[in-house]
Design a binder for this molecule. Sequence first.
Ligand SMILES: Cc1cc2nc3c(=O)[nH]c(=O)nc-3n(C[C@H](O)[C@H](O)[C@H](O)COP(=O)(O)OP(=O)(O)OC[C@H]3O[C@@H](n4cnc5c(N)ncnc54)[C@H](O)[C@@H]3O)c2cc1C
Length: 359
Amino acid sequence: MIGAGIAGLTIAYELATAGAAVDVYADPGSPSTSLVAAGMLAPGAEVTYGETGMAELQREAGEYWKEYYARLESESGRDLLYEVRTSLFVACSRGDLDELHRMAAYQRDLGFEPHLLDGSELMRLEPQLAPRLAGGLQIAADAQVDNRAAVSALISILAKRGVPVHPVKVRLTGRSGEIDVAGDLRGYEAVIVAAGSYTGDLLANRKLIQPLKGVAIRVVAAPEYLPANCIRGEVFGRKVYIVPRANGEIVIGATVEEASLEESLPRIRDVVDLLADGTAILPALRDAEISDITAGFRPQTVDNIPLVGRMADKLYIHGGHYRHGILLAPLTAKLLSANLLFGEESPWISFCSPSRIAG
Ligand SMILES: Cc1cc2nc3c(=O)[nH]c(=O)nc-3n(C[C@H](O)[C@H](O)[C@H](O)COP(=O)(O)OP(=O)(O)OC[C@H]3O[C@@H](n4cnc5c(N)ncnc54)[C@H](O)[C@@H]3O)c2cc1C
């Protein structure tokens, strides 16, 4: 396994659970975006116009998390802070509210149950919001998890099962157009690349996955300042979300920027914008204390569909989960493990097949 983000760890967990011998390699110089993510498991709020297949995959992945988190908690003894929490879009203007009406219609078409609110209903629901917002849209299908706790739970479960995580950068070499697994990896029956946004570099094929940079800020707030919903809005055309957790942490995210993997630090303008936009929607955030500011790279494919399956002889990929890696990886890992070990061909394995891009 190459990669110890959510994609690498979830597939290592499935394979080790099925009794396979697994090694994980993770480059300490390539930071994991899975530790930057906000942990939203939001099939309802994250629907994108025209991506009906992805909406269905996201919904199934959200369902899978309902039992997956409990399994990880009981096997690791850690609290993942999983909770069902409604998403609440707020509209700062009449134009934003019109857009929420359009989105609600699309969500309804996909079988979700959005609930539109006027300005006064919105304030009754979430009294700490900025006054004079135009309205909102609440969607109940969503949940969240502490993604950092999920990553560390997976690492501790793997350690208990004797699966080592080697702090090693792996290089693959290609010869005559074929990918040849180099060095120490040659002895393995299968190599799975789960290197997030670094996958394109690793496989010398930048078309596979593009990095899309994002910054997230973690703050800590007194319990009385925590909003009840996961709040999303748009200020001056910039999207912002505010994800409260039961332990008092709030994640404010996230910027979206095309950048190279070398530009891995958060920029001041990103931090300034996120804090300005977050406090414009939820002024009480001004009293919160900043605990962490991080940047990561969403691994994006050309069609926003993950890459899950066989690439070449002995070489598999589990990646390209883009904006939804925390949500999707447990389910796609389960499907890939069943495919790799038992030849099971679920429709989602065809849907996410790398051959549509790579071959
Ligand atoms: C700001 C932000 C907020 C987000 N919020 C959410 C959210 O709320 N919900 C959600 O579902 N998703 C969210 N995402 C998306 C999610 O974070 C990603 O889809 C997911 O983390 C990708 O996981 P990964 O394991 O593929 O990659 P990563 O977590 O980046 O892991 C890559 C791994 O590969 C290793 N690696 C790289 N190159 C090599 C090499 N040559 N040799 C060995 N190891 C190597 C790295 O060391 C690392 O361990 C967010 C993303 C961002 C940027």
